[in-house]
Ligand binder design. Sequence first.
Ligand code: FAD
Length: 286
Amino acid sequence: MYIRDVLREKETIVSCEIFPPKIGAELEHAFEIAGKIAALKPAFISVTCGAGASTANYTEALAQHIEGSNVPALAHITCAAASKEEISAILNDYAGKGVENVLALRGDLPKGIQQPADGHYTHANELVAAIKDRGGFCIGGACYPEGHIESANQEEDIAYLKQKADAGCDFLTTQMFFDNNVLYKFLYKLSQKGIDVPVLAGIMPVTNRVQIRRIVEMIGTVLPPRFQNILDKFGDNPAAMRQAGIAYATEQIIDLAANNVRGIHIYTMNKPDVAGQIMNNLSHIL
Ligand code: FAD
């Protein structure tokens, strides 16, 4: 089922993200994780693609497996490291396997490289346009409430986002953020620029202080003082950090739902128990 149709059915949807294994031997375990998350009945499950498209085969296997459990899969495709011909072959594979939703991404560039090689799509808007031209897919794109790390400023980033949305995005999913006001201001700016596709808010339940510090440094997300205090106080106590991380994410989601955000996308980090507790906390809310 196309995610754009799922979005029409409910006021606020909840979806989950998982990542594929790095080696084939771990695929069975990834199937198990996907099965547990599918049992939570999210609106869809997205499957990331490793940096440089390194896990593309496992992304495909996992997405196909998810489709088999009657939950729509959203397969991430990155174009920086794949030629146009390779992208075309990947899309044909997905179409043949019944995966009809894709998140069209440029992907991160290797250190020291300024832009993708000749014969590759340069930015995600070109990939979106190519998928739209091909037809047969519901297309998502990424967006950044605090600006993409390579952007000179947010205005420029939103101008490029408008190009990407106009190229054929059916919806957008945000990078993680920890202060809902950042999202509300961003959504206002998108509406001012005429970007009117549904935006799904990316929420990361943080259960590991070291991991989140590494991630936010890489992507440039700001940790608000309230959340920083939680990390400082509970970061050395895994059980307490887990409980506090789930509570913080739950609170963020309840506030987003109360403010009519169209979708919540949970970055599960392959932890079905964490996603399950959050879903349970929302059972009468969403
Ligand atoms: P673009 O939309 O191409 O934007 C990249 C930068 O270029 C931005 O600074 C933008 O302002 C600028 N820009 C855009 N268009 C133009 C243009 N026409 N001319 C000049 N500049 C332009 N990475 C992975 O490797 N695998 C994944 O599975 C993955 N999943 C993700 C899921 C989500 C929801 C998000 C938010 C990110 C994900 N990423 C993933 C990370 C993403 O690949 C990186 O953030 C990457 O650096 C940018 O990808 P993009 O598709 O947003 O690129």
